[in-house]
Ligand binder design. Structure first.
Ligand SMILES: C[S@@+](CC[C@H](N)C(=O)[O-])C[C@H]1O[C@@H](n2cnc3c(N)ncnc32)[C@H](O)[C@@H]1O
Length: 281
């Protein structure tokens, strides 16, 4: 029995690898170093939704149907996010990190994997409230163009605003949160003044290059989808993009301290996963 299972598993693994090669060869998106469990789960879910019974059928569709691939890309990119996600991270950022930036003549912040932009608007609010917004240039990137479009529009479902308001308060927000948006029917439209200093652009962390001279990189809840090899590559990309002494902010389930990764980051705060690139590198 276990032999049959082993054979099925290895055939499935081979088919998934073939699918990754097809996606890479045809569209240039490289999922070969994403965590296998993540890739497999997403493909299986897509098969159930489309009533497909084999990975080979997915492969055929990907090969001959660009629209199908675009939808698959949305499945694989997982854009789950919220404003002031993990409020304790934003509270720490507000109280401990931002005061350190007051003396900087200018500041560059990269949101890598910004999804639909809730994180970008949240940071915009923190920088405004600290009086640092006007000297800051933000770069907000993702490899999902649909998500980026939503980010630029800044229009979010009204039913999320209750949670966002609570998160804002837990993150030390003391202003009237509703001053940052207006409502229209079922949506909240966030103030454009929060993104006047933001450049939104498509950037793939697997295949695109560095962004120069960043003071802060915020890449939260993205590395969890990568295997150790890709994670190390992306951490190196961040190390090269940051100035010496720059800050890297990761998600609560992520860290730079796994085995085989040593790119000169020191934790400044373990529980909220903020690291500093060493001054000497
Ligand atoms: C779960 S969301 C995280 C959003 C936000 N940073 C947060 O913490 O709420 C993960 C994002 O990473 C993006 N992503 C995944 N792989 C990527 C890659 N290779 N290059 C750029 N963005 C990627 C996805 O498109 C998605 O928008």
């Amino acid at each position: 029995m276990s032999n049959i299972n082993d054979e099925q598993n290895s055939s499935e693994l081979a088919e998934l690898k073939l699918l990754q090669e097809t996606i890479f060869g045809k569209y240039g998106y490289d999922f070969r170093n994403y965590r296998h469990s993540h890739f497999r789960r997403r493909i299986k879910q897509r098969m159930i939704m489309d009533g497909l019974t084999s990975i080979a059928q997915v492969q055929q569709k990907v090969l001959y149907n660009t629209l199908y691939f675009n939808n698959l890309l949305k499945d694989l990119s997982i854009n789950v996010t919220e404003m002031f996600r993990d409020p304790e991270f934003y509270l720490y950022f507000r109280n401990i990190l931002l005061p350190r930036l007051i003396t900087y003549p200018s500041i560059k912040v990269w949101h890598a994997g910004c999804a639909t932009g809730e994180e970008v608007y949240s940071m915009g609010i923190l920088f405004k409230e600290a009086g640092l917004y006007d000297k800051t240039q933000f770069y907000a990137t993702d490899f999902n163009s649909y998500a980026l479009k939503t980010a630029e529009d800044g229009i979010f479902p009204i039913d999320k605003v209750g949670t966002y308001t609570e998160n804002y308060k837990k993150a030390g927000g003391a202003q009237v949160f509703s001053d940052y948006y207006h409502t229209d029917s079922k949506v909240a439209i966030f103030n454009k003044s929060l993104i006047t200093n933001v450049v939104f652009s498509n950037h793939n962390l697997v295949s695109d290059g560095i962004l120069c001279e960043m003071n802060i990189i915020i890449c939260r809840n993205v590395l969890i989808y990568f295997n150790q090899t890709l994670k190390a590559n992306v951490l190196n990309l961040f190390a090269e993009s940051l100035i010496n002494g720059g800050f890297l902010c990761l998600g609560t389930k992520e860290n730079v301290l796994d085995s085989n990764i040593n790119v000169g980051f020191e934790p400044i705060e373990g529980s909220v996963k903020i690291y500093r690139k060493s001054l000497g590198n």
